[in-house]
Write a protein of this length. Structure first.
Length: 1020
């Protein structure tokens, strides 16, 4: 029924022009359309989700509605009281910086003769625990057959629904149907109230998320903790948090718990504070309620909580639990593996047997020691033949004395029989075979284990400290966990012995300590390798810029220190990091004191710096008697430099120079402001020889204009346009590496709402590849003060094949107070195989990407041309090191036009999965793509376009973990276009607009809480 749409649209327009609050219809679900629609018509300052029935409602469909329109109906209401899965649900909330007060919820309903006889309304503010206090008509019998009856529930007197700044969900529960086939129809679900901008001076409390669920405990034992964040502004009193019955709170990271916690305001503000919440374990059954967050004069914000305290029947013996695959159990035992297998996977054992325990999100193994007594709840599952608890629902460390489990001494025949699956055992007088003198892990970590009475397999997991340790010879007693292994291709079914750590294999020596440098992504190897070219790009943050004074013709002038205050310590730290890298080439920015760097050069290195830098440092400004930017001597100007290993790199001085020097005039009035007013890109040309391969490289060192303001963005973007034009015209066939401080990300700009300043390079995938783009994909910030990757490495197509896939990393040096003492930028590292430089691949790969689509991962790639290509193989890894094939796609063979391919990973791994593409030609020659990653969990937000360019004016996206998201479609100039979303059967969202979209590029933005995702949409 659409009888109020005109009123609603008029009201939304009126809201835009009238300040303050206005009583109006905020949102209505009228189910109009063909065959019907679940989307809402909402005021411009209100967001609303689609209407939806609960999972217990069946035979859901659209039918004739009130007044001849459409209505929404379902069956399955034959319960005697409100059922947690039998309801119709609607959600609404104000846009950012607005608040709403709700006055009533109304709807039209009609039941069949056997339909529900009673209904009640509940809300998410208390996790749907209680009926809303309404007028006496709130719980009545729905009309049997006949016309629709209008129901009105008053909310104006309920303080919980006033001054709401967060979304709220309403559920209408029906019950008392005399048969499962009884129907109940709904139409014109409407919420009225007021909406207006927040008073910037009013007390405001914010919580995120607004609900916590699935707590699980046993009587007398607290549950595992979950958390929410609370903050407040403009308070005049403390913020008081109170838990409902059965729950308790902690404000000190779980050190102490209480029913109530108080957060003291300072200057009216309570900074964002993480609050841990847990069930106390008192009582039994379902425990629901709401945590109140309140302060004088502020609207109370609730966090709904729900959980269960199970009746304690005693833990199930592990041997019994192993036979209950598919059933949730509670078991208790001593820890036999704690963190030795990485923490997320650990083992426990009682006097009946042993079993693995795995949780995809929490490393419980890191919270216990070998021999601790723990109680674990969760479902029993099979994974690659191994029985395990998969997904911990409750975890408790029992307060008893630690008693390590003594391994059972068994023979090889007993091991392979499967009798001791999941248990800690020792095999005596055994010999470990296999090649190599040290242990490898993971896919390469399988070794023959033999005794006089048989043979078996020994497996070293990649998480064990045995990786890299010496493999002893001769006979010895080997200890480990006996467990079954069936690979995904079912090529074998064996019982393996899994040693936990070095202490399980006598004679194995402790490996050297891990490198002190860490990387993002965390799995990258930056150790020295004389068979490949290693390159580091690093902004040294005003290296050596000490404050002082300078004598001008008109007197002495002082200048302040820039960057780290202890220049000697900075030089020492930079040198120690360079020694750890031992890289072949360093592409450096912000070298102020070049002489200090030369004095600290590692042995065997030389330095070449550009002599073109910003005009703001010219000393004539000192002599002129004034400098609005602040005087600094020319000698300490920020310089771009290349430091190189002379045994590898032979510089060609005649060809090395600042680029674009003849394009800009820095002496005219006014001076050009291009490239930070003179900090030009530096072209370093050299012959580079690695592993017998010599290539002439053109390295472009850039330090781009900084800033996220629109004016900064415009300057930087034009600079990059000029640079690309120069490189395309003059160095179109050179082996180019463009590295440095880009001062912008390459996926989207740090200047909000803009594409990357480097979009012209990124879009030219035929000629350029940003090898560091996966830093952006993996959320690796390269500046300690930014969340984005702004230091990048890009290569021309001539070097694309030389880049070693998966080698790029943002490196975190192990320096105390690194960002304060050394630099605010992290080094960016990459490795190259010069044997592939200039050699054509069997396939010119334009793109390779992966995205989460519902519960699957869609992989797609595009080729620019193919020569003698045979097939593509998609490989997957959990750690970006060990890859295994998951599918093969035939190639075109020979093609000079663009080809697009795809493959679906129907069973992706939990957590982060890494993918790469193996390209194989007819002669067996292979090449690998860069590595991409996808996160599959219940936390990481994701929004991916399904089809881009968009066809037929429709935009379809797959989303994950974006609750109550608000979607906006804008032109590139920022003009917003009204858009409607509709849920599809496959879980995707379909966006349509009332007006026809002209061909071009648009931006689709999703805002969910503090999360914002922007995707570029191309419309043909």
């Amino acid at each position: 029924m659409n009888r109020i749409l005109q009123v609603l649209l008029a009201a939304s327009l009126w809201l835009i022009t009238v300040a303050g609050f206005a009583q109006t219809t905020l949102v209505q679900w009228n189910f109009e359309g063909t065959p019907g629609s679940l989307t809402a018509a909402a005021a411009s300052t209100i967001t609303a989700d689609n209407a939806a029935f609960g999972s217990g409602v069946t035979s859901v469909t659209f039918v004739a509605g009130s007044g001849g329109g459409r209505a929404y109906t379902g069956t399955g209401w034959n319960v005697t009281s409100p059922d947690a899965n039998k309801y119709i649900q609607v959600s609404l909330g104000p846009v950012a910086s607005y608040t709403m007060a709700l006055s009533q919820l109304s709807f039209d309903e009609q039941r069949s003769g056997t339909g529900p006889t009673t209904w009640t309304l509940r809300s998410s503010l208390d996790n749907f625990a209680t009926d809303i206090n309404t007028t006496p008509t709130s719980t009545t019998s729905p009309t049997s057959n006949g016309s629709f009856t209008s129901r009105v529930v008053s909310l104006s007197a309920n303080a919980a629904f006033q001054n709401l700044s967060a979304p709220v969900t309403f559920r209408i529960y029906g019950y008392g149907a005399s048969g499962s086939g009884g129907t109940w129809r709904f139409d014109n679900i409407t919420v009225n109230g007021t909406v207006g901008p927040l008073d910037p001076t009013a007390p405001l409390i914010s919580v995120n998320p607004a609900s916590l669920s699935n707590f699980a405990a046993v009587p007398g034992t607290p549950s595992s903790a979950k958390s929410y964040t609370v903050s407040a502004v403009n308070l005049t009193a403390s913020l008081v948090l109170t838990a409902p019955t059965g729950y308790e709170l902690s404000k000190d990271n779980g050190t102490s718990y209480a029913v109530s916690q108080t957060l003291t305001q300072s200057g009216g503000t309570v900074a964002a504070t993480v609050i841990n919440v847990r069930l106390t374990g008192a009582g039994s059954g379902t425990v629901n309620g709401a945590i109140t967050n309140e302060s004088v004069g502020a609207t109370t914000q609730n966090v709904a909580v729900s959980g269960t305290v199970d009746v304690a029947n005693g833990p199930t013996p592990i041997a019994t639990a192993r036979g209950q695959v598919g059933t949730s159990v509670t078991i208790q035992g001593r820890v036999t593996v704690s963190n030795q297998f990485g923490g997320k996977l650990f083992y426990i054992q009682d006097n009946t047997g042993g079993i693995a325990v795995y949780d995809p999100t929490t490393s419980y193994g890191n919270q216990v020691q070998l021999g601790d007594l723990v109680q674990v709840s969760g479902p029993v599952a099979l994974f690659q033949g191994k029985k395990e608890i998969n997904g911990v629902t409750a975890f408790l460390k029992v307060n008893e004395t630690n008693q390590p489990v003594t391994p059972q001494v068994i023979t090889i025949p007993q091991l392979t029989s499967g009798t001791f699956e999941g248990q800690l055992v020792t095999v005596q007088n055994a010999t470990i075979g296999g090649s190599g003198g040290t242990f490898q892990g993971g896919a390469a970590g399988t070794y023959p284990l033999t005794t006089s009475d048989g043979a078996a397999e020994l497996f070293v997991t990649s998480a064990s400290d045995l990786v890299g340790a010496t493999k002893p010879t001769g006979t010895l007693s080997v200890t480990g966990i006996a467990d079954r292994y069936i690979p995904t291709d079912a090529s074998k079914n064996v019982i393996q012995l899994n040693p936990r750590a070095i202490f399980d294999i006598p004679g194995s020596e402790v490996p050297p300590p891990p490198p002190t440098i860490t990387t993002c992504p965390t799995t990258r190897d930056i150790s020295d390798n004389d068979q490949t070219l290693s390159l580091v790009s690093w902004n040294l943050e005003w290296y050596g810029f000490d404050g002082g004074s300078y004598t001008c013709t008109n007197g002495s002038r002082t200048y302040a220190d820039n960057g780290p205050t202890n220049e000697a310590l900075q030089a020492q730290n930079v040198r120690s990091v360079m020694d750890a890298f031992n890289a072949d080439i360093y592409v450096l920015q912000e070298v102020s004191d070049k002489n200090l760097l030369i004095a600290n050069l590692p042995t065997g290195y030389a330095l070449s710096c550009s002599d073109q830098y910003t005009s703001y440092f010219f000393q004539d400004l000192c002599d002129a008697g004034g400098n609005p930017q602040g005087f600094n001597p020319t000698s300490l100007n920020q310089k771009v430099c290349v430091m190189y290993k002379t045994s590898v790199v032979s510089m060609i001085p005649a060809e090395s120079k600042p680029l674009l020097a003849d394009k800009y005039n820095y002496t005219a009035t006014p001076r050009s402001d291009a490239w930070a007013s003179g900090r030009l890109p530096y072209l370093f040309v050299a012959n580079v020889t690695v592993a017998g391969q010599t290539r002439k490289l053109h390295i472009v060192d850039i330090h781009a204009k900084s800033g996220s303001a629109q004016a900064d963005y415009n300057r930087r973007k034009q600079d990059i346009i000029d640079l690309k034009a120069e490189l395309d015209a003059t160095y179109g066939s050179a082996n180019l590496i463009i590295a440095g401080d880009y001062n912008d990300d390459v996926d989207q700009s740090i200047a909000a709402g803009n594409p990357s300043s480097y979009a012209n390079f990124v879009s030219d995938a035929t000629n350029y590849t940003v090898v560091s783009s996966e830093l952006s994909t993996n959320g690796c910030n390269t500046d300690a003060n930014f969340t984005d990757a702004i230091d990048h490495i890009m290569v021309s197509n001539e070097l694309a094949a030389a880049y070693i896939a998966g080698s790029v990393a943002s490196v975190r040096p192990a320096v105390v107070n690194y960002a304060l003492t050394t630099s605010d930028h992290y080094p960016t590292f990459a490795r190259f195989n010069l044997a592939n430089a200039g050699a054509p691949l069997p396939v010119r790969l334009s793109s390779f990407g992966a995205r989460a689509v519902g519960e699957q991962v869609a992989l797609s790639w595009t080729t620019a041309n193919e020569t003698n290509s045979a097939y593509f193989e998609v490989e997957r890894s959990i750690d970006a090191r060990e890859f295994g094939a998951i599918g093969r796609v035939a190639a075109a063979g020979d093609a000079k036009t663009t080809k697009t391919y795809g493959l679906i990973d129907e069973r992706p791994l939990s957590g982060t999965s890494y993918y790469r593409l193996k390209q194989v030609d007819l002669d067996g020659q292979t090449a690998y793509s860069t590595i991409v990653s996808v996160v599959m969990d219940n936390l990481t937000p994701a929004m991916e376009l399904l089809g881009n360019p968009s066809e037929n004016q429709a935009i379809r996206v797959a989303i994950r973990n974006l609750p109550n998201a608000v979607y906006r479609l804008t032109t590139f100039t920022g003009r917003e276009l009204p858009v409607q979303s509709q849920a599809q059967a496959d879980g995707s969202l379909l966006f349509t607009t009332a007006q026809t979209l002209s061909p071009g590029v648009y931006l689709l933005r999703a805002d969910s809480g503090t999360t914002r995702i922007v995707r570029k949409v191309v419309v043909r």
